[in-house]
Design a protein around this ligand. Structure first.
Ligand SMILES: [Zn+2]
Length: 145
């Protein structure tokens, strides 16, 4: 889904919500490494002078494969994010929620012309939220042979 920001007036806030019943969202999250079985998001977009601020929150459930025993298991997730999109350079800076702004957070822009690629943003934020090395249980001893 694309949000066209060319008609946004300063200080006007637009809100978007969605869940996996929407095809574009299902499509966007299908390339996430872990299977996503439940997902909801809430996003506000606001034009503030030179940049566009996005505030988002999402939650749901995923079914990653345990890196030790290779069994799939369910994990709940939830996170918030705030991004600032600058039109001119096409770059945006995200603060990753609670964290301090770091150079590492500089990324390529999901802002294409006047359009924000919401699916791309949500996909990226979900990847950042899910564990890199999922373990079904801290006591998991792996595959027993
Ligand atoms: Zn395991």
């Amino acid at each position: 889904m694309f949000i066209n920001v060319s008609n946004l007036k300063p200080d006007q806030i637009q809100e978007f919500k969605g869940d996996l019943n929407q095809d574009w969202l299902k499509q966007a999250l299908s390339s996430v490494e872990h299977e996503v079985i439940e997902y909801r998001f809430d996003l506000t977009v606001e034009k503030k002078g030179e940049f566009i601020e996005l505030d988002g929150a999402f939650s749901g459930k995923a079914m990653p494969e345990c890196v030790r025993c290779l069994e799939k298991f369910e994990i709940p997730f939830q996170n918030r994010f705030r991004l600032f999109l600058y039109k001119d350079e096409g770059a945006y800076v995200g603060d990753g929620g609670e964290h301090e702004l770091k150079q590492d957070d500089l990324e390529f822009s999901p802002l294409k012309g006047d359009k924000i690629d919401v699916g791309e943003i949500l996909r990226e934020q979900l990847i950042l939220t899910l564990p890199d090395y999922p373990i079904c249980n801290t006591l998991c001893s792996g595959i027993n042979t």
